[in-house]
Design a protein around this ligand. Sequence first.
Ligand SMILES: [Zn+2]
Length: 87
Amino acid sequence: MMRRLYFDRDSARGVAGTYEWLVDEVKELGEALNARHRTELRKEFADVIAWLASLANLTGIDLEAATVEKYDNRCPKCGHLPCECKP
Ligand SMILES: [Zn+2]
């Protein structure tokens, strides 16, 4: 969806600029976590994943496939579901 929506604009901005936007959105998510405003928090989570998807699109990474490949219903470190790693 993000590719269809924004790939041309993301391509014009480039990887570095898109990464900077992602970092800004992560900071905004942190602020929303501190403010504890549920509606704002929801929007900030959406923004972070949207910019992450844009960056993945620009770098030719299939975000969903990469995530499933690494996590695939088990912790990549201990191999268990749920994770049994020591904190
Ligand atoms: Zn684990």
